[in-house]
Write a protein that binds this ligand. Structure first.
Ligand SMILES: *Cc1c(COP(=O)(O)O)cnc(C)c1O
Length: 362
């Protein structure tokens, strides 16, 4: 295949010599395990990035969310509220624990509609165990201040799924800094990657210590294997943490490039873009077409040019597996699903790539 037709991916990992060297150094140091100096250093730097006291590095964003569910004791007596426009991993761990899921529509930014969230909270019985999972869609932080205020008023726990928002801010506060804890993902397609990985960030020392212990099979400090509870095997490998450290070094440059990708689309795409919230990390730029037909036309053009582009998340209330769950509103998220396209947004996009993309969007 000629180089001009090389596939352009949506958001491929942006890694190179620095990551390879860091992984090799970790390997050669002998810490080829899910513990070691790189994991400790990665946690220190993640906590700093999040404006939090503690970070717990784990094997995926989903594992981080699962550990938070374990910490809260989420079970069938809990109601878990989440935006409908998100990836299934936001609510997967709560679903597996039998919680009642309630989905909430988006506002114009795609994030959870805060006034609808208030309606949901008003409609729930008091004294009920309620968890609100805020999601920072495509790197746009949800309204941390307003959601935190509502959760305090109604006695709900608030955590943030900032899997897509590493490096973003909202009103001067870093992604993942709101509520009891935040979650990051370092999956291959996310803004920085450890190939696979995730983290909890929090100011709650007890939570961080318990999560770290649960991530290591809840082993007690004892020479033999002693267990007072059953844990999980969720710790991040030291080799992968080394890759994460190199990625953190690159983060300022990555954020700059993602912003310039967005700016290019703003100049060159004639239709609407999902407008980023101030401080967004521009993980993915999203086009909003005039109709479902126009969306399909654009997807077909990208496909023919060997360029990866995708519809936005299919709302969770439309997923067959959640057919019985309650949803408040839903029309805004449905419209975004029918008309939205996630555009190629990788850190490695070059001018030749943009020329091919331009030919598809003109
Ligand atoms: C990627 C993602 C996750 C899951 O992270 P993994 O590291 O892939 O397990 C959770 N929530 C959202 C919103 C995501 O985009």
């Amino acid at each position: 295949m000629s180089n001009t037709n090389k596939r352009i991916f949506l958001s491929p990992p942006f890694v190179g010599a620095a990551e390879r060297a860091a992984a090799k150094r970790a390997f050669d140091s002998g810490y080829v395990a899910p513990c070691g100096p790189q994991v400790d250093e990665f946690e220190r730097r993640l906590a700093k990035l999040a404006g939090r006291k503690y970070a717990v590095a784990v094997s995926s964003g989903t594992a981080a969310i699962d550990l938070l569910m374990a910490e809260l004791g989420v079970d069938e007596t809990w109601t878990v509220i989440a935006p409908t426009l998100t990836f299934i991993a936001t609510v997967g761990p709560a679903f597996h624990r039998g919680a009642k899921l309630v989905f909430v529509d988006s506002d114009a930014t795609g994030n959870i509609d805060v006034s609808l969230l208030e309606e949901v909270l008003k409609s729930l019985r008091v004294n009920h165990k309620i968890l609100v999972i805020g999601v920072d869609l495509y790197g746009n932080c949800c309204d941390y201040g307003a959601i935190a205020k509502l959760c305090r008023k109604f006695g709900a726990v608030f955590v943030t799924d900032a899997a897509e928002a590493v490096g973003a801010k909202r009103d001067g506060r870093p992604a993942g800094s709101a509520g009891l804890a935040g979650v990051y993902s370092f999956n291959g397609n996310k803004i920085i990657t450890t190939s696979g990985g995730g983290a909890i960030v929090t100011d709650d020392r007890g939570l961080a210590e318990r999560a770290r212990k649960r991530a290591q099979q809840s082993r007690e400090k004892c020479v033999w294997y002693e267990h007072r509870e059953v844990g999980y095997n969720y710790r991040l490998s030291n080799i992968l943490a080394a890759i994460g450290l190199s990625q953190l070094d690159r983060l300022p440059a990555i954020l700059k490039k993602r912003k310039s990708n967005y700016d290019w689309y703003a100049r060159n795409f004639k239709g609407d873009l999902l407008s980023p919230t101030p401080g967004a990390n521009h993980w993915l730029t999203v086009a909003v077409l005039s109709s479902c037909r126009e969306r399909d036309k654009l997807l077909r053009r990208f496909k023919a040019a060997n360029i990866e582009a995708r519809p936005v998340w299919k709302p969770l209330h439309l997923q067959p597996v959640f057919a019985k769950c309650r949803v408040f509103g839903g029309e805004v998220a449905e419209a975004l699903f029918e008309r939205g396209v996630c555009l190629p947004s990788g850190t490695g996009l070059k001018s030749g790539d943009f020329a091919r993309i331009a030919a598809c969007i003109s």
